[in-house]
Design a protein around this ligand. Structure first.
Ligand code: DC
Length: 223
């Protein structure tokens, strides 16, 4: 039997991962967070003192040293970089910006896309990222472009960090999101763009539960 693939793309902070995670849980699919893989690659660069924007070649020659594993532990996805659990570290702001910078490098994308395709072969998956509908899983049965206004995304990120007790500056968060939008949309290889055959889901005025329900409806419509 062919496995089910649900592909979810969209800009930073649109709620792709939290919505996809909830849908995966409700429908019994495996959730694959491809952004976490770009984040892990960025963390490798940071930890090894490689300046991603200035020293691309230095990262490319060390790509084989980057071993990323996504593991499901007690219902939560954990991210390992070379055997170390980096799940929390990769959510920090320096890694967010670094991930957008490593994602511009074609050699990094080729490596991670190959890993992502392998993961979708063995399970029913919901995979989120920027190029899933167009490049990673062009044959996915369900394709969704999940987005929201920049202000809504910055506010959600602000609320999320504040709730965790992390001090943050709203304007700085908004600037980071704008930087990543521009970087992700203007890169040469697989830029962030809605695929022609993807359904558009704008969550600016939706609650989290409403967004989850809409995604489930889109899946049910197709299956
Ligand atoms: O979804 P995220 O914020 O965790 O992604 C981190 C960065 O990785 C984001 O700026 C763009 C990049 N990315 C990508 O280029 N392609 C993907 N499939 C997933 C993420």
């Amino acid at each position: 039997m062919k496995h089910i693939s649900v592909a979810v793309d969209g800009p930073a902070g649109a709620g792709k991962s939290s919505v996809s995670k909830a849908v995966a849980k409700d429908m019994g699919y495996t959730y694959i967070d491809t952004g976490a893989m770009y984040r892990a690659a960025a963390l490798f660069a940071i930890e090894n003192g490689i300046d991603i924007r200035g020293e691309r070649a230095a990262l490319i020659i060390r790509l084989d040293e980057i071993k990323i594993a996504l593991k499901n532990e007690n219902g939560a996805q954990r991210v390992y970089l070379n055997g170390k659990d980096v799940s929390e570290r990769i959510r920090q702001e320096d890694v967010s910006v670094g991930a957008s910078d490593v994602a511009v490098i074609p050699e990094v994308r080729v490596k991670l896309v190959a890993m992502q395709r392998e993961m979708a072969k063995t399970d029913d998956v919901i995979m989120d990222g920027r190029d899933i509908c167009s490049t990673v899983l062009p044959d996915a049965q369900v394709k969704i472009f999940l987005t929201a206004s920049v202000d809504a995304r910055a506010k959600r990120r602000y609320d999320e960090l504040t709730a965790k007790g992390v001090e943050c500056d709203y304007e700085k968060l908004k600037k980071d999101i704008e930087y990543r939008d521009k970087n992700d949309s203007e890169r040469e290889m697989s830029p962030l763009k809605k695929a022609d055959d993807a359904a558009l889901l704008d969550t600016t005025d939706l609650t989290f539960d409403e967004a989850v329900e809409r995604v489930k409806e889109l899946i049910r419509d197709v299956l």
